[in-house]
Write a protein that binds this ligand. Structure first.
Ligand code: FMN
Length: 332
């Protein structure tokens, strides 16, 4: 089966769907490989391909599709607002083994939304209508959307849902915050439930999923077909497997400190770039430990943010993680 056939079969089935959220500079080929060793999700997403004028899909993002080490479907995400460019890139991407083409309607970075791309498009429902119409015609494999619930206000969500329905998208992921809300508290899971009721396509719930018990409750509460998880999976790569265990009604075995230490070692081994300066390598690892640290504690975060050498990096990791105590790895 091709990746898009596998993905279509997953959509048609009724088993729980889990996905690793697209994360710029994180969800690389290397990170997908590590996460998959811990069980991983059913579906992966690329970080967004930036689409404009005469852009072509970025080589380093294409690598996570062409060299996909997981054997699981990878969805290619695009961000942009130039319709001919989006159509051209969607056609180019379909020449690669992608599971689906996804449009980003959520990026809250001011540099993106001021150009009316990503989350910025949520201010222009008519433009979204035109983009989805053009992409629906250009995409012969599944076509999906990842959205926030509005730009300024959650009330905007009611205007968006009929547009998604009109273009018969194959799956909607809802990060249940507004663009203006960025990552602040107050995730509107009730609006994910609303989308799941209103739309015929499967809906993935996204935003602040950090434990298997909470995931189970969220699925029950929203009626979503599945979950997309970002930061929670960086913190806790066991999370997808823990959720499957929880859904089977079995007991979850938490990793202990030394398991987490091994995970950080695996990240290091995967992320290491031969010839790169030591400080740059340590800096790269901080991208991950900044998230992992939220599940370890304030003191660890304080200490790891200040290290500059490899020796100090491992000294701090050993100090906090070389133990046999179980770790929930939820934000503290
Ligand atoms: C470092 C980082 C990079 C991200 N890059 C993308 C991206 O390329 N495309 C996208 O749709 N969302 C991106 N997001 C948003 C996530 O996919 C996700 O919607 C958000 O983090 C909420 O889910 P979580 O609470 O499970 O992390 C990014 C988030 C983070 C933290």
């Amino acid at each position: 089966m091709t990746p898009s056939e596998t993905f279509s079969a997953l959509l048609r089935g009724n088993a729980l769907l889990t996905a690793l959220a697209p994360m710029q500079d994180v969800t690389t080929l290397q990170f997908m490989r590590v996460v998959d060793r811990y069980g991983g999700p059913e579906i992966y997403w690329t970080e967004y391909f930036r689409v404009h004028g005469d852009s072509r899909p970025e080589k380093w993002i294409l690598d996570s599709i062409t060299k996909n080490p997981t054997g699981k479907p990878v969805v290619a995400q695009m961000i942009g607002n130039d319709i001919p460019a989006l159509v051209r890139n969607a056609k180019l991407l379909q020449k690669f083994p992608v599971a689906a083409i996804d449009l980003n309607l959520g990026c809250p970075a001011p540099i993106v939304y001021r150009k009316c791309a990503g989350g910025g498009l949520l201010r222009e429902p008519q433009k979204i209508d035109a983009i989805l119409g053009a992409l629906r015609d250009a995409v012969s494999i599944p076509f999906t959307v990842k959205t926030r619930i509005g730009f300024e206000s959650p009330e905007e969500f009611d205007l968006l849902l009929p547009i998604f329905a009109k273009h018969a998208i194959d799956l909607l992921t809802v990060h249940a915050r507004t663009v203006k809300q960025m990552y602040r508290p107050g995730v509107r899971y009730d609006l994910i439930a609303h989308a799941a009721r209103e739309l015929k396509c499967p809906v993935l719930a996204n935003g602040n999923v950090f434990s298997a018990a909470q995931a189970q409750q969220l699925l029950a509460e929203t009626g979503a077909r599945g979950l997309m998880i970002g930061r929670g999976a960086i913190r806790n790569p066991w999370l997808f497997e823990q959720i499957r265990v929880q859904m089977r009604g079995e007991n979850i075995k938490l990793p202990v400190g030394r398991d987490v230490l091994n995970y950080v070692h695996e990240l290091w081994d995967n992320e290491i770039t031969p010839g790169v300066r030591e400080s740059a390598q340590v800096q790269r690892m901080k991208k991950f430990t900044n998230f992992i640290g939220e599940g370890i504690g304030e003191k660890f975060l304080h200490d790891i943010r200040r290290v500059a050498t490899t020796a100090d990096f491992w000294r701090v990791c050993e100090e906090y993680l070389n133990h046999g105590e179980p770790m929930a790895l939820a934000p503290k």
